[in-house]
Design a protein around this ligand. Structure first.
Ligand code: F6R
Length: 602
């Protein structure tokens, strides 16, 4: 959701353009760059994708700032795209976040005679900066004016400015921002560390509440605390080393796959052991924290909340009372923290580590003394910095907007921690996960299973509604499967517990309604079979994802032979079906409409 890339280098505009392409996965609908040429800021903005620009002409310059916009306030138009240029042309500005009090600030500026040209909340920041510069008789933006204006903004915002004097100035209070440099004296800012890897050799995460200033005149760089306006000592960290530690591969290409999503689905058959690799001491520590806690919460959004929901389910099965909280519905749960917050633990899952809804609740919990255990996939992300104990998923970059391998990684983390709490030996779990990895590889390589899934997807392409039933161990798998179907192939898909069927949902089943049923070989199987019979009795068509076939099933998708990890294998068919359906319908699998990878605004 919105991305920033800035460069001080030879061919800076080209570098920015290429950098923006590496953060495309975050989701955007328009983009723009502001480049300093002979002391003037040159603005180029477009609606649509960077890749639509086949013959883009780059200007020669050493300083450039770019932005990809995911519209929140104001439609998808060229005018609303960032950067926004000051009326006196002394600076251009990009913003990630939402100025929550923009209506009040806007009407104040309007009564002062300020004329708005866009519908964005961003232009309010431009207007406030111009007004304050005028009051201070400033021709160029100073750090103190920037800080003063920034403090007037409500909400979580990250703002970066390029000035006609050759400065890049930023304040971060929300969305991530990383600074980078290399031995050729080049300097960069980006929304994520991975996108900077081809350009920078060292990096530094700008923390919330910090201002960073790069001056191209003398290549000086400084970081200030916006509370005290005093400089703070900071260090750049070697980038390669950090990426190695997080097992992030530098290969972010699609290989022979037609989409990143398909590639990432297939990678699930080889990345599972990474989730627990080298993490035995941390898992044992987390297990102790959870066992000792008086209250245990799990927290996340979207797919991550389904993975935490399943973890809470597993922990309850070990006898630990665990409350699964969707971050955007955390209000009433926060009241429970008044009793014994210091003895509470919250397990937080997030692929990006930057989800605003999640991080806001984590900050509130942390302030009350709750211990935070997080599992993320992005090194250096905000959530890792907020955590008492932080795990890296180590599944490699997930570039498709819809989460697949990070989701599976999170679920495996949840299964592993509950197995450890139940007394399993870590080494035995490593062996079990390796065995499962082997079975999953065989499953992906089985042409008849894969063709069956493709055929089923083809048949489903015309359907508008689809229901997914699961129960117990597979309840959250049904919710996640339905979410993947909605996000990528834009069909109305709903996940339910099969127990819910006769309490209302069955009213929706009529002739030929497709129903995806997730069946495990456990005590819920009998209930699932009854639900399948009830669906069939009303003319519905069942597609059953299970280890074994049954004459009741209209269609059967065979699963690998595993009980311990049945959740993991059960969601993969829906991931594949939605990918194949989207391709049939001509949709962009990796960048589904309206969605962003990193949801950094509330
Ligand atoms: C669905 C999906 C989203 C994310 C959610 C949280 O495919 O990707 O539902 O799971 O927005 O994002 P993270 O995991 O980055 O906190």
């Amino acid at each position: 959701m919105c991305g920033i890339y800035a460069s001080y280098s030879l061919k800076a505009e080209k570098k920015v353009f290429e950098g923006l392409k590496r953060i495309e996965y975050r989701g955007y609908d328009s983009w723009g760059v502001a480049t300093l040429v002979d002391g003037k800021l040159l603005l180029k903005k477009e609606v649509g994708k960077l890749s639509d620009q086949k013959n883009f002409k780059f200007v020669e310059s050493k300083l450039s700032l770019g932005h990809t916009r995911w519209a929140t306030h104001g439609g998808v138009t060229k005018v609303n795209a960032h950067p926004h240029l000051a009326k006196n042309k002394s600076f251009a500005l990009v913003q990630n976040g939402v100025v929550e009090n923009y209506q009040k600030l806007k009407s104040e500026l309007q009564s002062d005679g300020y004329n708005f040209i866009s519908q964005t909340d961003t232009e309010v920041i431009v207007g406030l900066l111009e007004k304050e510069m005028e009051l201070n008789f400033e021709k160029t933006l100073s750090t103190s004016v920037f800080i003063k204006v920034f403090k007037k903004l409500a909400g979580r915002n990250t703002v970066l400015v390029i000035t006609s004097e050759g400065q890049l100035m930023t304040i971060r209070d929300g969305s991530p921002l990383v600074a980078g440099k290399n031995s050729q004296g080049e300097f960069y800012f980006s929304s994520d560390v991975l996108s900077m890897s081809p350009d920078a050799e060292k990096y530094m995460v700008i923390k919330s509440g910090e201002m960073a200033v790069f001056n191209s005149e003398d290549s000086s760089f400084s970081v200030l605390d916006i509370k005290t306006e005093q400089k703070i000592k900071t260090d750049f960290i070697p980038l390669e080393h950090k990426l190695d530690l997080a097992n992030i591969t530098m290969d972010i290409g699609k290989d022979s796959y037609e989409s990143y999503m398909l590639k990432e689905i297939h990678e699930q058959s080889s990345m599972l052991p990474n989730v627990i690799r080298d993490s035995k001491p941390k898992f044992l520590m987390a297990a102790e924290m959870i066992k000792k806690a008086k209250q245990v919460f799990t927290l996340g959004c979207g797919s991550a909340s389904y993975a935490t929901g399943h973890t809470a389910y597993l922990l309850r099965k070990t006898g630990i009372l665990t409350l699964a909280v969707e971050a955007y519905e955390a209000d009433s749960y926060l009241e429970l923290l008044n009793n014994d917050s210091k003895n509470s633990v919250c397990i937080v899952f997030s692929q990006s580590g930057e989800t605003a809804d999640t991080n806001e609740i984590v900050e509130l919990m942390k302030a009350k003394g709750v211990k935070i255990i997080s599992v993320v996939n992005m090194p250096g992300s905000t959530l890792t910095q907020l955590s008492d104990l932080s795990f890296m998923l180590q599944v490699g970059p997930e570039l498709a907007v819809a989460s697949t391998k990070a989701f599976l990684g999170h679920v495996l983390w949840g299964i592993t921690i509950s197995d450890i709490i139940c007394g399993s030996k870590f080494n035995d779990l490593e062996i079990k996960i390796n065995e499962f990895e082997y079975k999953l590889k065989e499953w992906f390589a089985n042409k008849s299973i894969q063709n069956n899934i493709k055929n089923i997807a083809k048949k489903l392409t015309k359907c508008e509604h689809l229901f997914v039933l699961g129960r117990g161990n597979l309840y959250y798998a049904s919710l996640e499967s339905a979410l993947k179907l909605k996000e990528i192939s834009y069909i109305h898909a709903e996940g339910f517990s099969s127990g819910e069927l006769k309490h209302g949902v069955i009213a929706l089943i009529s002739k030929d309604t497709p129903v995806l049923c997730l069946v495990a070989e456990d005590k819920n199987k009998a209930n699932m079979l009854s639900a399948i019979s009830e669906v069939k009795a009303r003319g519905g068509k069942t597609i059953v994802i299970a280890k074994e076939n049954n004459e009741l099933y209209d269609n059967w998708i065979q699963l690998p032979d595993t009980n311990d990890y049945v959740f993991l294998s059960s969601v993969i068919p829906a991931q594949l079906i939605t990918c194949f359906m989207a391709v049939e319908k001509g949709y962009d699998v990796d960048k589904p409409r309206n969605l962003a990878k990193s949801v950094t605004v509330k």
